[in-house]
Design a protein around this ligand. Structure first.
Ligand SMILES: Nc1ncnc2c1ncn2[C@@H]1O[C@H](COP(=O)(O)OP(=O)(O)OP(=O)(O)O)[C@@H](O)[C@H]1O
Ligand SMILES: [Mg+2]
Length: 258
């Protein structure tokens, strides 16, 4: 079966003063349709660069990025992106921000409103639907950005540390809610995180990246059943996989100066 997303020997270099900097040095990865894959790795190892190439926002210097077997040529409504920094229009309310994501979708009257309302409800912002972003907390702004991607109902969700700025409780709630929508709608999810527990809790496979040069270090299977529950989070098997991922991330990170 054709993978949903394929990275084949992907290299990404950026021009820098006096030469070029290799952010990714030959990354290969196939993600199956309806798979949930998380990516962890030290800061600067090329996680966001990898995701931006699947989103069609960054072009590879060499190699190929394919979605449904087709070269990615730019962004598309089949792929919803949630960025590391929440990107909201400050002059639009929560509702209008969420509806903005639907502007290109050819929807019957009322459907746009209905979809936006549903997505806002999923992230728990119904009470704040008519608020402007400046009146929201950081976590609420990020939930609004998440609702915007959910509303489009894309086949692929590309999420770059979407829960990074949230408090622990909201984070766990949104993880469970994301897993629920994923199991209902059978999307393909590529999800970057700094949090090893989060990476293991969500994924079927965890991709561990390494820096200098950025590359895929190893891919670890998470052989735990869905739905994931608190019981699974506390199980010895979860702990074992978390330790394996943590060990793999930690042991290839450069020490900070003392
Ligand atoms: N537009 C750009 N121009 C030059 N260098 C870039 C550009 N974008 C990224 N880089 C460099 O490429 C490397 C990988 O960046 P990237 O943002 O993918 O890392 P990351 O793994 O997402 O890090 P973090 O965990 O801190 O978000 C970094 O060294 C970064 O400085
Ligand atoms: Mg990043």
């Amino acid at each position: 079966m054709t993978p949903k997303i394929s990275f084949r020997d992907v290299v990404k270099s950026f021009p820098v003063k006096g030469g070029s900097f290799t952010a990714l040095n030959g990354a290969s990865l196939d993600i199956a349709d309806e798979e949930f894959v998380t990516v962890v790795g030290p800061s600067g190892c090329g996680k966001s660069t990898l995701l931006s190439m699947a989103a069609g926002l960054v072009e590879p210097t060499a190699g190929e990025v394919l979605v449904d077997g087709e070269h990615v040529r730019g962004p598309g409504p089949d792929r919803g992106v949630i960025f590391q920094q929440y990107a909201l229009f400050p002059w639009l309310t929560v509702r209008k921000n969420v509806e903005f994501g639907l502007r290109l979708a050819d929807l019957p009257p009322g459907e746009r409103t209905r979809r936006a309302e549903h997505a806002i409800e999923l992230v728990g912002l119904t009470e704040f639907a008519d608020a402007l972003p400046k009146t929201l907390s950081g976590g609420m702004k990020q939930r609004c950005a998440i609702a915007r991607a959910y509303a489009v109902d894309p086949a692929v969700l590309l999420m770059d540390e979407p829960f990074g700025a949230l408090d622990a409780l909201t984070r766990v709630q949104l993880q469970d809610q994301l897993l629920r929508t994923w199991s209902q709608d059978r999307r393909t999810v590529l999800f970057i995180t700094h949090d090893v527990d989060e990476a293991v809790y969500l994924a079927r496979r965890v991709v561990v990246m390494a820096a200098r040069p950025g590359r895929i270090h190893t891919v670890i299977d998470v052989d735990l059943p869905y739905p994931r529950t608190e019981e699974i989070r506390l199980s010895p098997e979860f702990g074992r996989i978390r330790n394996e991922v943590w060990h793999s991330v930690y042991h290839q990170a450069a020490p900070l100066p003392t």
